[in-house]
Design a protein. Structure first.
Length: 106
């Protein structure tokens, strides 16, 4: 199965909530199920990246990582787990950015 990435660097297709509770941000356009707990209609990172800046992913943004990445952490995880998740997301976004650059050079 092809991996599905959210604009924030989460691998949607690897998430335990995929596909039953969440079909992945590309499909649901940032209207994630956990917003019922935090409020809002669309994830702030998704709104900034895809709706405002028209990027495919945050790896295209010069401000990566911005305050949106550190503003909210998953309360069900430890600080170490949240930090590990952030580092993983940033690594994925840098890889996606590099793949895009290499594609553009071809």
């Amino acid at each position: 199965m092809e991996k599905i990435y959210s604009c924030c660097g989460v691998v949607c297709s690897d998430c335990p909530y995929y596909p039953k509770e969440c079909a992945g941000c590309p499909e649901i356009q940032g209207n994630v199920f956990w917003l019922e707990y935090t409020g809002g209609e669309v994830c702030d990172i998704y709104a900034c990246c895809t709706q405002e800046r028209k990027f495919k992913h945050c790896g295209q943004c010069e401000q990566l990582p911005c305050e949106r990445y550190t503003a909210v952490s998953d309360p069900t995880k430890s600080e170490e787990e949240n930090q590990s998740d952030l580092e993983s997301q940033l690594a994925i976004l840098r890889e996606l950015r590099e793949q895009q650059r290499n594609k553009n050079l071809s």
